[in-house]
Design a binder for this molecule. Structure first.
Ligand SMILES: *[C@@H]1O[C@H](CO)[C@@H](O)[C@H](O)[C@H]1NC(C)=O
Ligand SMILES: *[C@@H]1O[C@H](CO)[C@@H](O)[C@H](O)[C@H]1NC(C)=O
Ligand SMILES: *[C@@H]1O[C@H](CO)[C@@H](O)[C@H](O)[C@H]1NC(C)=O
Ligand SMILES: [Zn+2]
Length: 485
């Protein structure tokens, strides 16, 4: 009994010491996993998981619906105009050049604190890790987080999972927040289009990796402690070559620069050509249709995109189903690299359109000890996720553009948690009392038994002083009993 008690205590001790003392959260991003890809029936495990935990039909992401702006809004709770990543590339008038993937893209201001940095700021014993999450390898608050694996498209997906599990189980610095990134179904979705068999097969591959994450959590006794949020940054829609608009024909060569890619182009005219460039583009838009042109000041406020020096002086946005010349060029590159023939029917994947376009919507689902079971919430904004992460991690957020009201419904409420805790304590108390009672009873029985034996032996010794010694108690007892009978 005591041995059993020791075993139980030891097991509890093991679990508590092997992972963080803080709540643990893994955030998994599947780039360009459109909200309704579940309907393709390629990701059946994910679909099952979705219904077991909490999910939303879709999330309202930020404009432009591109990878870098959206990943940084998920990580900071800020709109692109506030975190400064206003495109996958953009012109910075202060630096006087086009900014691409680099430290200066992500660290627009020193007071931008992504969730991985905030987690470590909020106290000793909190460690964050990034498995290839866009932008997470750079310094924020003048510090790198504990675990960083840099972007590597060739890195095996299963190894990515094994590595993050090892961070969570690290005996000295157990990670309690891990950001995990997969580049699909974006990369091949661009080449073959969202309705392709290639994307369908990728959904099956991603489904397997999702199952692998759960299997590894179970195999490492982590499933009861770790909360996992699965999401994406944006959706994807199809464009065919007849809908590629050659916009450069409306511009005077060598009088402008273009940043970012279809369907949202940042046009940076040379200083003497601003009016002319705008006028030409507007006229082309009127005659050709299928795209819009804006001065920076006229960009819709609802996009939360224009109040930043990095917002484009002139912005051109293709209508859904359309793209610009840069996609025609990209298509040529795909044709060479992937050995595909381009026909008028070919479909290519494009994202970046208006964030109210449903094709651009990403998915959300979550499961774990802090997440409601078999629950569905109304669609919410991706800028709300920062507050959700903070609630799960039990840390105070910094100022951001999210609302807490929208995400409260995802979490098991404090009252329910207290209820469960009380229940848990009660159950443990009952088990321990039962153990103590049984132990006590066993000890008492042993003592009584021993007393009886001593009494018996004493009696026997008295009667047969020559014959018996203390080792012959049982035999003697039989003898005595038969004599008494
Ligand atoms: C997916 O499965 C559902 C339910 O079985 C079915 O109604 C739907 O048609 C299937 N979709 C496809 C694309 O096969
Ligand atoms: C997914 O895993 C199953 C079972 O391990 C395997 O049979 C299947 O080939 C995998 N599918 C893909 C697309 O990797
Ligand atoms: C977004 O949050 C930042 C930081 O608190 C703030 O400066 C900005 O005004 C907010 N934007 C909106 C539209 O509320
Ligand atoms: Zn993306």
């Amino acid at each position: 009994m005591i041995l059993l008690l020791l075993l139980v205590v030891n097991a509890l001790f093991d679990v508590v010491t092997c992972i963080s003392q803080h709540p643990v959260l893994i955030v998994v991003s599947y780039d360009a996993f459109r909200y309704n890809y579940f309907e393709k029936n390629g990701s059946l495990y994910m679909d099952k998981l979705r219904k077991e935990g909490t999910y939303a039909d879709y999330m309202l992401n930020v404009f432009p619906t591109k990878t870098f702006p959206n990943h940084h809004s998920i990580a900071t709770g800020l709109y692109p105009e506030s975190h400064g990543v206003v495109g996958n590339s953009f012109y910075d008038p202060k630096l006087k050049r086009v900014i691409k993937m680099s430290e200066e893209m992500w660290r627009f201001r020193d007071d931008i604190i992504p969730i991985w940095t905030l987690n470590e700021i909020r106290g000793a014993g909190r460690y964050s890790g990034s498995m290839m999450w866009p932008g997470a390898k750079y310094l924020y608050n003048n510090k790198n987080i504990t675990y960083i694996q840099d972007w590597d498209i060739d890195a095996d997906w299963y190894k990515r999972v094994d590595t993050i599990i090892s961070w969570i189980k690290n005996p000295t610095k157990p990670a309690n927040l891990v950001m995990l990134y997969f580049e699909e179904p974006d990369t091949h979705g661009h080449v073959y289009g969202p309705e392709s068999d290639t994307v369908f097969n990728l959904l099956k591959r991603l489904d397997n990796i999702t199952r692998y994450i759960d299997d590894q959590l179970l195999a490492n006794d982590l499933a009861d402690y770790v909360n996992v949020i699965h999401l994406s940054d944006h959706g994807m829609s199809s464009v065919s070559p007849p809908n590629f608009i050659n916009i450069t024909q409306f511009l005077k060569s060598n009088t402008y620069e273009i940043a970012d890619t279809s369907p949202c182009l940042h046009i940076i005219p040379d200083s003497d050509f601003e009016q002319e460039t705008y006028k030409n583009l507007r006229q082309a838009s009127r005659e050709h249709g299928n795209f819009s042109v804006y001065w920076k000041k006229d960009l819709p406020s609802k996009w939360h995109f224009k109040n930043n020096r990095r917002a484009p002086p002139i912005f051109v946005l293709a209508d859904p189903g359309y793209a610009f010349q840069d996609l025609a060029e990209a298509a040529q590159t795909y044709a060479l690299k992937y050995h595909i023939n381009i026909t008028p029917e070919s479909q290519f994947g494009v994202h970046g359109y208006d964030n109210e376009d449903t094709d651009m919507h990403p998915f959300f689902m979550a499961r774990g000890p802090k997440i409601k079971k078999q629950h569905k919430v109304s669609p919410f904004h991706t800028v709300d996720l920062y507050n959700l992460f903070c609630d799960i991690l039990e840390i105070k957020p910094v100022a951001n553009n999210g609302s807490s009201a929208n995400i409260k419904a995802i979490l098991v409420s404090q009252a329910e948690r207290n209820h469960f805790t009380t229940l848990g304590i009660a159950v443990v108390a009952v088990i321990v009392s039962l153990m103590l009672v049984s132990c006590g009873a066993a000890i008492t029985l042993l003592v009584i038994k021993r007393q009886q034996n001593i009494t018996t032996i004493a009696a026997l010794n008295k009667r047969f002083p020559q014959t018996f010694n203390t080792n012959a108690g049982i035999e003697a007892q039989h003898l005595l009993e038969s004599e008494e009978a």
